[in-house]
Structures are given as structure tokens and as C-alpha cells.
Design a protein around this ligand. Sequence first.
Ligand SMILES: Cc1cc2nc3c(=O)[nH]c(=O)nc-3n(C[C@H](O)[C@H](O)[C@H](O)COP(=O)(O)OP(=O)(O)OC[C@H]3O[C@@H](n4cnc5c(N)ncnc54)[C@H](O)[C@@H]3O)c2cc1C
Ligand code: SF4
Length: 341
Amino acid sequence: MRTFRYERGTDPGQAVTLVAGEPDAAYLGGGTNLVDLMKLGVARPRLLVDVTRLPLDSVEPLPDGGLRIGATVRNSDLAAHPTVRRDYPVLARALLAGASGQLRNMATVGGNLLQRTRCYYFQDVSRPCNKREPGAGCSALDGQNRDLAILGWSPQCVATHPSDMAVALTALDAVVEVLEPTGAREIPLTGFHRLPGERPDQETTMEPGGLVTAVRIPALPYARRSTYRKARDRASFAFAAGSVAAAIDLDGPLVREVRLGYGAVAHRPWRARLAEEALRGQPATEENFRLAADEELAAARPLAHNAFKIPLIRNLTVRTLVELTEGSEQAEGSAAPERGR
Ligand SMILES: Cc1cc2nc3c(=O)[nH]c(=O)nc-3n(C[C@H](O)[C@H](O)[C@H](O)COP(=O)(O)OP(=O)(O)OC[C@H]3O[C@@H](n4cnc5c(N)ncnc54)[C@H](O)[C@@H]3O)c2cc1C
Ligand code: SF4
């Protein structure tokens, strides 16, 4: 049995100092991902610094109308928050699409952002994996890669980021507040997770030992007309085969503004900027939604077993935008989600 020390963080600065002082240390949020990886022998920390009692558990309105969400807010609490449900239904829906009620009661915002890939080979220490051991090779490239990336991958790693919440936050232009050993910093979520390149073991642009302290979402009045659609193998308790987060603002029949995030397609939550650009100023029609998705997906490079993701994401984009734009029923407020099970 491999032993480890457990410490409880009392304030963010002390937690960062504890982690910086031990090369094999990890922050412990709800533990729903990290503890599983420890049992599998994938994560082998010598020190766990529990962050769940840090004073980072509130959701606060910002003067500009946005929201500041503490890193230890539980996924269930965030999904049920009245302002999130009213102003950012895409976020509430994405959270409720993830995991199960019990897991969401434990999972924290920081841990959700930092959760590791579900690539089978990453979780199987008997198989080569560049993410676990740089230079070892990638078993998925010519192996079971049905669930893995179609965009932005490299020959070193074809893994996807598994979070639903992060896809919604990407579309909402969220900003991650971090406390690193060298000080506090803000990182746009679109630049927080890395593409794999030559170093798939480096998953974020945070300094080693960085602590996520909060996530800020700017005001986006038209996000009241937003939603999240996820395709998966089972109706619940399953990671996405593909997902789309969308918010749209109409000017009569035209698209004034639109935000699109794609999930389960890349090493990071994917902001579909080419599709957004293709839609701005265009009539909000099913045909234009399809053409815009095609614009984004032109860069897709499917692996042996996941070419289905291209039509899947295209169809999800179209269905999601049609749902948000057809009829006055879909106007502001009506997209608020039901409470999760
Ligand atoms: C059966 C099952 C099904 C699931 N299905 C889904 C799903 O469909 N969709 C989905 O999105 N997710 C799903 N999940 C994943 C789940 O959402 C994550 O496990 C959870 O969000 C992780 O949060 P946590 O607080 O428990 O993180 P932990 O397990 O505590 O930590 C995860 C990682 O984040 C680091 N970390 C934690 N907090 C911080 C912080 N504040 N700053 C810096 N680093 C930090 C830890 O060191 C660790 O590396 C599923 C999980 C399971 C077990
Ligand atoms: S895809 Fe990435 S995580 Fe999976 S085996 Fe290859 S290197 Fe490892």
C-alpha cells in the first residue's frame, strides 16, 4: 500500500504553499476523480491538500451583472442556483448533464475543470501513455479511440477533455482566477486547457501547483436564450460522445451574436469560433446552422473509430440552434432547466 499525507487547507495562500513544498502533492476537491485515479495507481500523490473547507464556496453577483463562482462550490449547488438557472441556463443544463446526483453533490467547480481524461489507456497503468509517462507512446492512436478527439489532437495524444461544465463556460467566455506559487492571475477559460502538442502531460496553462480559486462569467444578457445538448451512450451517468453549448441573440430573422462550444471533440473544451463567425449577420435558418457547423468541422481529422462525431456534432449544432430560435416559446427564461435527479 502506498501511503500519503493529508492536510486541510485553511486559506488559499497556505494551501498553495503546502503544495509548492512537496513535488508529489495534489489538491483534493470532492475526490470523485482523483481518488479513483489513486485507486488505479494512475495518480500517486504523497500529499493531499483538501481544499473543500477553503472560503471559496460562494456564488456572488458582480457589479457588471456577471457572476463569480468560488472554486469549491459543489456542482449541484451551482446547477440549482437561481441566477444561474435564469441567466445562464446553458451552464445549469451542462452541469445537470454530467455524472449523477450523488457525484454532483461532491464534485467542485475547480475539480470539474481539472478532471482528467477518460481515455481507457490513461487509466490502465499497464499500457503506454504519453500523458502518464512522457515518451512512452500513445496506445489510443491505433487502439480504442471511438470516444477520443477529432480536432486539435497530435500524434502524442488524442484524448478529450471530459467535462460538460467546461464546455458551457467556454461558450460563456468565462475567466479562471488562479493562485499560483508566484502570485494571483486570471486566465480566459479558452486559454486555460492546452492542446496536447508535444506535451500531453501538461494539461493547463497554470503554473505547477496552481490553485483554481474562482471562475468568473461576464454578463451576457442573451445567454438567457442558451442551452446545452449532449449525446451519450446511455441516458444518464455517461460521458459525452459529443455535446454542444449554445447561446444566441437574434435581430429579427438575423443572427446578431452567437456563442458555440463543443464537447468531447478535443483535448480542451472547443470554442467554435469559425462557426460563430459564419453565422453572424446571417438569417437564422437550419441550412445556415448546418453550413456554420461544417465550417468549424472542416478541420476535423477523425481517428479510425470516431468519424461518427463529425455528423453528430453537426446535427447537435443544428438541433440546438433550431431549439433556441424557433417560436416565441423559446424566448428568454423558458430555457431554464428542470432540477436534476
Ligand atoms: C461515474 C462517473 C461519471 C461521470 N460522468 C461525468 C459526466 O458525464 N460529465 C462530466 O463532466 N463529468 C463526469 N464525471 C466527472 C466528475 O464531474 C468529476 O469527477 C468531478 O467534477 C471532479 O470534481 P472533484 O471536486 O471531485 O475533483 P477531484 O477528484 O477532487 O480533483 C480532480 C482534479 O482536480 C484537481 N483539483 C481539485 N480542485 C482543484 C482546485 N481548486 N485547483 C486546482 N486543482 C484542483 C485535483 O488535484 C485533481 O487533479 C463523472 C465521474 C464519475 C466517477
Ligand atoms: S490518447 Fe493521450 S491519454 Fe490516451 S493513451 Fe494516448 S497519450 Fe495517453
